[in-house]
Design a protein around this ligand. Sequence first.
Ligand SMILES: CC(C)(COP(=O)(O)OP(=O)(O)OC[C@H]1O[C@@H](n2cnc3c(N)ncnc32)[C@H](O)[C@@H]1OP(=O)(O)O)[C@@H](O)C(=O)NCCC(=O)NCCS
Length: 196
Amino acid sequence: MAHLKRESKTVLVRPLTLRDFAAWREGELGKLPRQSIWDSEPLQKSKLSKKRFEAIIAKQRAFRKDDRYHIFGVFEKATGHHIGYVSAMNVVRSVTQSAFLGYNIHNSHWRKGYAKEALRLFFDIAFTELKLHRLEAGIEPKNGPSIQVVKSLNLRKEGLKKRAVFLREKWQDLVIYSVTCEELGYSFRGNPRKGN
Ligand SMILES: CC(C)(COP(=O)(O)OP(=O)(O)OC[C@H]1O[C@@H](n2cnc3c(N)ncnc32)[C@H](O)[C@@H]1OP(=O)(O)O)[C@@H](O)C(=O)NCCC(=O)NCCS
């Protein structure tokens, strides 16, 4: 899987493997209490078992194999700590060749430029190795930090999708920010005449 790995001075992006158990556990244990409604809930200590981690890795591998959902761990270069995820969700091939962009950084590492750096690396993987043409971020309009991330990466605002996702017992709107490979200087490598 070496082709699915990218690194910069500060972060490394690659799929998690079974060897990452200790880094994953340490990362989860280092999280602060939940900071906002968009922050992920820290896993309870009892849920940080090797068995559970193996199940997570198996699921991630199966999704990757199906070309449905490609999720990558983000690691801090200086410490080797696992500090979050970036992903291409809901991959659609055929004439669309797009995916939704996912990202989260452990709250103990916010505001260090890690999301921005990890996404820059991820764009390279998505437009070369995954051969996608378009990535779309769907963000709840009040999620200011996430909007700042896509703005600082110069994604294009495309509009508001009304009642797009069912979260917290309600249909929520999403503001869509997108990027296509050409905008970042990549030639499209996929085949829109093939696939689901
Ligand atoms: C959104 C999130 C990924 C940002 O991660 P991060 O590593 O702190 O972001 P970065 O440090 O790379 O910051 C990138 C840009 O956003 C800005 N930013 C980040 N958090 C901010 C905040 N709370 N308030 C204002 N600006 C913020 C930074 O200043 C930076 O802008 P700049 O490049 O113009 O200086 C993180 O807050 C998170 O995981 N949130 C919960 C999950 C989530 O909302 N995911 C997105 C779902 S759509």
